[in-house]
Design a protein around this ligand. Structure first.
Ligand code: SF4
Length: 408
């Protein structure tokens, strides 16, 4: 197994753009950790189950905001993980952190638990933009957190930035980049603001009080980020991710490459593609902390455990094997779907997609129509002239449209 993802769904407050699942009631933390420890302990231990027997390479605690958890609760989670899994070969252990929670003592505790990497949601240093995003931290707290993190001696850390906000000027973004680069972050994730319907920004847009930034401004800001980071040796390796050499996020790369991972906690997704099978499964809990907690602590959860065993006998859980309990949704992915996903995720990376792998691993080589499109994209300068299939800088700006046309 490649990785374990743990979803910690607590946040201090709702950011105006966020449509992830989260709760703002910290008083639920103790019972959440009880249920999580239960879920970790219930991962099937029997022969044939993919999970506990394989060494885990990466561990990722995401959210929500994992830094809402006090050290004592994180210790309980790590103890349970060590009891259940072989973590001796762990190469990366990431915890997402928000600036308002950072203290030296808490970071020292994380290091003692074996955490090797922090991912911090800074988003901007501009007070008016932090206000617009309804972030819980101030610019001063962002600087304090970065100072503390850089002094804490973790092997790597990452910073999230948001650009393309309505009204955000190039000068503001340039200032954000200057302030950020003073800390020499080895990894940056930069996302253009997306206005999702079920968010505060979505409602304001619906009411006509807000208009998204225009495409040209957003594309120009993306270019500014790429050039500014590249000038400091932090190069793009995925459409939204930039790293100094050796600091690429291993955990996320495993998602893009269809390696197996196990998701624990409400709204976490799991993926499993057993060797020799021509289909994979992806499953997740309903995004609801109470529903999830009930499910993982119920007798019905055993049915799911049984389903994992059934796979060993050739019965696909939820398909012709036992049905998973209420609250777990399962998706069956034939190789053709997986090949399309690989094309989509691979083209978003700087390493691209190997056409030979589409045949050898996915059984679906490029079709004649796709080959023709690739030639067109090369002719336009959107794709590099030789294999593997890789987008040029201009191609990255048009990535969504190019991928859509290739998968049509
Ligand atoms: S902290 Fe992250 S998960 Fe929580 S509301 Fe803000 S963006 Fe969403």
């Amino acid at each position: 197994m490649s990785g374990i993802y743990i979803h910690i769904p607590f946040c201090k407050q709702a950011c105006s753009y966020c449509d992830f699942y989260f709760v703002t009631r910290d008083r639920l933390i103790p019972e959440f950790v009880d249920a999580l420890v239960h879920e970790i302990s219930a991962v099937p231990l029997f022969d044939g189950s993919p999970f506990p027997s394989d060494p885990v390479r990466t561990l990722y605690l995401g959210g929500g905001t994992p830094s809402r958890l006090p050290l004592s609760q994180l210790e309980r989670i790590f103890e349970a993980l060590h009891r259940q899994f072989d973590l001796s070969g762990l190469t990366e252990c990431t915890v997402e952190v928000n600036p308002e929670d950072v203290t030296t003592a808490w970071l020292d505790g994380l290091r003692d638990l074996g955490v090797t990497r922090l991912s911090m949601g800074i988003q901007s240093f501009q007070p008016e933009l932090l206000d617009f995003m309804h972030r819980a931290h101030s610019s001063t707290q962002a600087h304090y957190a970065l100072d503390t993190v850089t002094g804490a001696g973790f092997p790597s850390f990452s910073v999230d930035l948001i650009y393309g906000c309505p009204g955000q000027s190039d000068a503001q973004l340039r200032d954000d980049l200057e302030q950020l680069l003073a800390y020499s972050p080895p990894h940056v994730s930069a996302y253009s603001l997306t206005i999702e319907p079920r968010t505060r920004l979505g409602k304001q847009t619906e009411l006509g009080r807000l208009a998204p930034a225009d495409d040209e401004t957003v594309a120009g800001q993306a270019r500014m980020i790429r050039e500014s980071l590249a000038s400091r040796g932090v190069e793009r390796y995925e459409i939204s991710n930039y790293a100094a050499p050796g600091h690429e996020a291993e955990h996320n790369s495993a998602y893009w490459n269809h390696q197996n991972y196990l998701g624990l906690g409400p709204a976490a997704h799991s993926f499993f593609w057993p060797v020799g099978h021509n289909q994979a499964l992806r499953w997740h809990h309903a995004a609801d902390i109470h529903n999830w907690s009930r499910t993982v602590q119920s007798e019905g959860y055993q049915i799911w455990v049984d389903a994992a065993v059934a796979w060993r006998n050739g019965d696909l859980p939820g398909v012709n094997g036992p049905t998973p309990p209420d609250g777990i949704e399962i998706e069956q992915l034939p190789q053709e779907t997986l090949a399309g996903e690989r094309m989509m995720t691979g083209l978003r990376t700087s390493t691209g997609v190997d056409p030979d792998q589409l045949l050898s691993r996915y059984g679906h080589p490029l079709s004649p129509a796709q080959r023709k499109r690739v030639e067109e994209f090369r002719h336009q300068g959107w794709m590099e002239p030789e294999a593997p299939l890789r987008l040029t800088d201009r191609g990255f700006e048009l990535a969504d449209a190019i991928i859509l046309r290739l998968l049509e």
